[in-house]
Design a protein around this ligand. Structure first.
Ligand code: 3PG
Length: 307
């Protein structure tokens, strides 16, 4: 009997877990749940006899892959798979998939929600600003970026995007102006919303020079990954420009330094919240178990990311 392990430090909504459990049982698979674990050793121990693993931002290191003697597939319920050691997985013939698009709306709503919250001074009673008429640059026009653009247009923002991997005509049919370079995007937009993945090319790519191009009243919105920010550059722009704001769903490593000095110009969620809705959890969880069943029963590897 194949065993499916759901290992999530940050649990899925209970309904998502129930759905996964039920689908696994219907297929005749065994199911194990490891939630809110405190130590990586618990995952290493639990994965030992698992055939399939469903995770979120949980760290699937080489050690985890090697401990999973029967492991054939890891599905990241979500978009970013920078938490999985793809090289180790490929070496062991373990298929790694993500579930693209399943939690995008939740992340997009949070991006706009944080923008309103920050523009209104965290609801402290003082006069804030509005989003209508402001310029917003979407840095990477994938599933989340596209939805952020759609919602922002509803707010009356002027929306721009830069994505070297997407044909300009696809972006422009959404009423979004496609720009040619990231530099052009940063120079044009008062708000920049980041939707790039964290990989060797993008890590620390959002640096001082990029941020300093932003016009007066600049606000950087990060619901992507903290690793894409060059934190030395971030600290420098905070120090040199008193109009610069940073709002993020993933607190920076230098948060103590910023928090002490630049009150009112930053906001971060206490815990990464972007995909934390029941809808997103159910969508991503069901997609994950369906993809596992599709792979085991039909060899369907559509969403494999380590091909
Ligand atoms: C993703 O990559 O899908 C998001 O960052 C959500 O991550 P989470 O599942 O850890 O909330």
């Amino acid at each position: 009997m194949k065993k499916i392990l759901v290992a999530t430090v940050k649990p899925f909504h209970p309904e998502a877990v129930e759905n996964i459990k039920e689908k696994a049982a219907n297929q005749g698979y065994e199911f194990q749940l490891l939630e809110k674990y405190g130590d990586q050793s618990e995952l290493i121990d639990a994965v030992k006899d698992a055939d399939a693993l469903i995770i979120r931002s949980d760290k699937v290191t080489r050690e985890v892959i090697e401990a999973g003697k029967n492991l054939k597939i890891v599905v990241r319920g979500g978009a970013g798979y920078d938490n999985v050691d793809l090289e180790a997985a490929s070496e062991k013939g373990v298929v790694v998939m993500n579930t693209p698009g399943q939690n995008s709306n939740a992340v997009a709503e949070l991006a706009l929600g944080m923008m309103v919250y920050h523009a209104r001074n965290h609801f402290n009673g003082k006069a804030g600003t509005e989003l209508r008429g402001k310029t917003l640059g979407i840095h990477a026009y994938g599933n989340v970026g596209k939805l952020v653009a759609e919602i922002a247009r509803g707010f009356g923002m002027a929306v721009y995007a830069f994505d070297p991997f997407i044909d300009k005509s696809i972006i422009e049919k959404d009423g979004v102006e496609a720009l040619n370079t990231a530099e052009e995007l940063y120079s044009t937009c008062q708000y920049i919303s980041l939707h790039i993945p964290a990989n060797e090319k993008t890590k620390r790519s959002i640096n001082f020079d990029m941020l300093n191009k932003m016009p007066k009243g600049a606000t950087l919105v990060n619901t992507a990954r903290k690793e894409v920010i060059d934190e030395e550059g971030l600290k420098k722009v905070f120090a040199e420009r008193d109009d610069f704001h940073y709002i993020t769903d993933i607190a920076p490593d230098c948060k103590e330094e910023i928090a002490g000095k630049y009150d009112g110009r930053y906001f971060w969620t206490p815990k990464k919240m972007g995909a934390q809705t029941s809808e997103a959890n159910i969508n991503a969880g069901i997609a994950a178990i369906n993809q596992i069943i599709g792979y085991f029963e039909k060899g369907d590897n559509t969403f494999q990311v380590n091909k």
